[in-house]
Design a protein around this ligand. Structure first.
Ligand SMILES: *Cc1c(COP(=O)(O)O)cnc(C)c1O
Length: 226
């Protein structure tokens, strides 16, 4: 039996001050989220726009919803009115669409640029050079309804923790570099989203401020019957 409340207590006890927990509830039912909610958790992460919308409608309104998965531009409209942070901006085009939909909803949406740091080919995101080039282009400065708050990345899915640590350190270095270059006057640019169930200790050691933890809290996901 999965004990969500005690899993949460255990994870929270391991987080240093300044590191926030995003409880990744994708594919888990509303009841599981409520169990975590009753145990005091308020920040949840989802990776499908329509699933997030259904949960947002059904669950308490003081939940802070984060979007963490690949976001198709035609789905932005489902989440723009309420999403608290989009971790996974993986193209200039997507950021422009978030800006458009946020304007329609009369808000400013906080976003992170997702940077590809893993060895795997399939993960989405800017390469470090694309990230630098995009920031240097200044395009994002014309988007009045999005606010860039930091970077997000996923390490290679491997048991080689030396590799994982190197990737997290590379992202932390890039974060420091772009912050001093473009965001020195922007105190909101402070989030480094990295670390999942199997590698959050390494991520925290490298300077993560937001860990995205799912299976360690909620158990394995059932992809067949979400
Ligand atoms: C699913 C997911 C997580 C959580 O993964 P766990 O291994 O269950 O902790 C974190 N980040 C992203 C981007 C995800 O898609």
């Amino acid at each position: 039996m999965i004990d969500i409340a005690s899993n949460l207590t255990q994870v929270r006890a391991e987080l240093p001050a300044g590191v926030r927990l995003v409880a990744v509830s994708k594919y888990h039912p509303a009841e599981a989220i409520l169990e975590a909610y009753r145990a005091g958790q308020r920040v949840f992460g989802e990776s499908k726009a329509q699933e997030l919308q259904a949960k947002h409608d059904a669950l308490p309104k003081d939940i802070e919803w984060h979007f963490i998965g690949h976001l198709q531009t035609n789905k932005v409209k489902y989440i723009a009115p309420y999403v608290a942070l989009i971790h996974s901006i993986d193209s200039p085009h997507l950021l422009a669409e978030v800006d458009r939909q946020a304007a329609k909803a009369g808000r400013t949406v906080d976003c992170l640029l997702q940077v590809h740091i893993a060895r795997e080919e399939t993960k989405f995101g800017f390469t470090p050079d694309e990230c630098r080039q995009y920031l240097a282009s200044g395009q994002w400065q014309r988007l009045a309804h999005v606010r860039l708050c930091g970077l997000m990345g996923m390490a290679t899915n491997t048991d080689d923790m030396r590799q994982v640590r190197q990737e997290f350190q590379a992202l932390a270095t890039l974060f420091g570099e772009v912050r001093s270059e473009w965001f020195a006057q922007s105190p909101w640019f402070k989030e480094l989203s990295m670390g999942m169930s199997h590698d959050y200790h390494e991520a925290i050691a490298a300077g993560s401020t937001l860990v995205r933890i799912g299976s360690h809290i909620f158990g394995e996901r059932n992809y067949i019957n979400p």
